[in-house]
Structure formats: structure tokens, C-alpha cells
Design a binder for this molecule. Structure first.
Ligand code: FE2
Length: 367
């Protein structure tokens, strides 16, 4: 069970003392120094005698060689704990370092079976969106290919939410990360792998995202704090179910048009949601079409709507009202987008999506 540590020097000091750690590898970008949590770590050695070894040598799409550098630093510095401060890239790098440090370093980590370990792992997310601090997945690029490192011991053992970390984020990033969290919760709710537990997490996340949205977008401490919690809860939901077609379809939109991940995912969910509401007969969830219709109705109610169609419309209106518009496609783009979709990942999706349907959906997603 992941512990949530209060955002106070006293609570953090007590937590770090209780871990028994002597030297922490702290994974985080250089901008961390401007944040409260960065300043906290700067004074840790003087205050309670725990040394902090900084590792900032990773990129926005973290690659395997960065993780190797982190593993080397961890071992050479005799670290005994990992901490991550940042967004998805810092988290994913820290997760890989955490897993790799106890694996066989005489051969490539990518091809080895992951061996779980119980190294203490603290995380302080600085965006409210990825929920990476709550999931067992890390994405890393190896020779240009995206590789997923998956193990339950990737999940940080303790997290701390610092709402002030969100205050300096650009508006676009705040909107996109919030929509990423909302897409995680919605996609998890309708996933064929949903369980009572995952649906409870997803429902809680959706309600908290809607209730804290105004405060978050106007940068109140309460709004930012609650959005961090919502993103974490949505992360717990996708940790059980994984994401669905919204995420399977969105990746090429980010690389091709430079959209933020959450923006791209939201455009895909905006097109998928009404299609699903109108085509329940295409349900491929083993629980059947009646289950599927009821599930969509529940999802609508969680979103404060009467019907699945009105919930889909409301989601689209939200994306439009945030000013997150569709990219303009050139000739041939639709073919590229259709061929980019990872068919494996569509298996989690509850309605059948053949290539003609995906093509029709992309035509709605782009201009
Ligand atoms: Fe996402």
C-alpha cells in the first residue's frame, strides 16, 4: 500500500528517518531547486544526516542509457534508496533505476526478467496528470524503440503532493495534464479489464477532477492539491486496467503534431466517446452489451450527466472550452495515423474498432 506523506518538513523528516536510509539517489530535473521539495532535499543532510546524491542527466523521453548512468551513480555512491521529483520522465527514469540496481549488470537489463526488489522509493509528482507515481509501468526508449518496464515494485512506496509545484506550470501544460488524468479515469472505467476496485478509483478520480477543476485552473492551493490527488487515484485505476483506445490512438498525434500527451489523448476520447455511446452493439466486453450500456450510464452519472451521449458531449465541450483544438492534417496523414495504432493495446477497448472505424475516427480527430 502506497503511503501518502504530509507536505511538511516535520512529516517528511520523520518518514525519511524511519526508512533507515543513509544515502538517497534523487532523480529530478534542475528546476527542482526552485520548488519547496527541492529546497527540502537541499537541507536534508544537515538536518537529519541523510546524504542526497542528485541525478538530473535524463531527457524528456527518457532513454535506456540515462537509466544506466543513474544505476552507475546509485552503485558508485552506495545509495540505499531512490527518490523522484518531477513529471513522467523523472518517474519513469527513477523506476527503471530502482528495478535495475538489483539485476544482473553483466548483461542488458532490457532482455532480463524483472526481479522485484524492496528498495524504498519516494515520489513527489510535479504535474497532475500522468499518475505515474501510482502505476507499475515505466516507459523507456531503447535504441529508439519504446519499451515498457512493468513490475509492481516499480510503484513508489511513498508519495508526497506539493501543490505549489503546479503554480509555475504553463497553462497549456496544466490543461493537458488534467485531461490526461481524466482520460485515464474514463478509459479505466470502460476498460474490459475493469474491476469493482478499479471502477471505484476511476469514479473517485473523475469526481475529484471535476470538483477541483476551477481551483486548479486558477492555481489555488486546494485546487492544485486535489488535482494531484485525483491524478494519483486515476493512476491507481489504470494500474489495474491499463488504458484503452484513447491512448492507443493518441501517440502519433503527439509526435506528428507536437501536441501534449494529455491534449492528444483527450482529442481521441472526444471522438471515441460518442461513437461508443451510439454503437453499444459493437461491445466486445465479455460481460455483455447490457453490462456495457449500464456501465456507460454509470459513467455518465459520475460525470453529472443523464445519458452516455450527453456525457460524451459534455466531455467534448470541456476539451473545446479549454481551447485544446484539433491539429490540421496534410494529405496522407490519415493513412499514417491509422497505421500507427498498436493493435495489441486496442484489446483493452470495450467496442470493436476495425481499421475503417479507426480511419473514420481520425477524420473526426484532425481538421
Ligand atoms: Fe496518459
Amino acid at each position: 500500500m502506497q503511503r501518502i506523506i504530509d507536505n511538511s518538513t516535520e512529516a517528511l523528516d520523520t518518514y525519511f528517518k524511519d526508512t533507515g536510509a543513509k544515502r538517497i539517489l534523487l532523480v529530478g530535473g534542475r528546476s527542482m531547486d526552485l520548488l519547496g521539495i527541492g529546497k527540502y532535499f537541499s537541507g536534508l543532510h544537515e538536518r537529519i544526516g541523510i546524504e542526497v546524491v542528485r541525478f538530473s542527466d535524463f531527457k524528456p523521453n527518457p532513454d535506456y542509457t540515462s537509466a544506466l548512468s543513474g544505476v552507475k551513480l546509485y552503485k558508485e555512491s552506495n545509495c540505499d534508496m531512490v527518490a523522484a521529483v518531477g513529471g513522467g520522465s523523472a518517474m519513469d527514469t527513477a523506476k527503471c533505476i530502482k528495478m535495475y540496481v538489483t539485476m544482473d549488470d553483466s548483461t542488458d537489463y532490457i532482455t532480463q526478467k524483472i526481479i522485484p526488489n524492496d528498495i524504498e522509493f519516494f515520489a513527489a509528482p510535479t504535474t497532475a496528470g500522468t499518475g505515474s507515481e501510482a502505476t507499475r509501468y515505466a516507459i523507456i526508449y531503447h535504441n529508439g524503440n519504446k519499451v515498457s518496464v512493468t513490475d509492481s515494485s516499480c510503484i513508489p512506496t511513498a508519495v508526497m503532493f506539493d501543490p505549489t509545484a503546479l503554480k509555475t506550470l504553463p497553462d497549456y501544460q496544466k490543461k493537458a495534464t488534467m485531461l490526461d488524468a481524466l482520460c485515464h479515469a474514463i478509459e479505466s472505467y470502460w476498460s474490459v479489464h475493469s474491476t469493482e476496485e478499479s471502477k471505484a478509483y476511476a469514479a473517485d478520480a473523475i469526481k475529484l477532477i471535476f470538483s477541483s477543476m476551477d481551483g486548479y485552473l486558477t492555481n489555488t492551493n486546494a485546487g492544485n492539491s486535489n488535482m494531484l490527488k485525483a491524478s494519483n487515484i486515476a493512476g491507481k485505476a489504470i494500474n489495474i486496467t491499463a488504458t484503452t483506445a484513447g491512448h492507443a490512438m493518441c501517440y502519433k498525434l503527439t509526435t506528428k503534431y507536437g501536441l501534449a500527451h494529455g491534449h492528444a489523448a483527450a482529442l481521441c476520447v472526444k471522438a471515441l466517446f460518442p461513437f461508443m455511446a451510439e454503437n453499444t452493439s459493437l461491445c466486445k466486453d465479455e460481460r455483455g452489451e447490457e453490462y456495457f450500456k449500464n456501465m456507460l450510464k454509470e459513467l455518465a452519472e459520475i460525470m453529472g450527466c443523464d445519458t452516455a451521449s450527453s456525457a460524451a458531449e459534455s466531455f467534448g465541450t470541456l476539451v473545446d472550452s479549454l481551447g485544446l483544438s484539433a491539429p490540421k492534417a496534410a494529405d496522407g496523414d490519415i493513412d499514417i495515423l491509422v497505421s500507427s495504432v498498436n493493435v495489441e493495446r486496442l484489446k483493452n477497448h470495450p467496442v470493436l474498432l476495425d481499421s475503417d472505424t479507426i480511419r473514420a475516427l481520425y477524420k473526426k480527430i484532425v481538421l
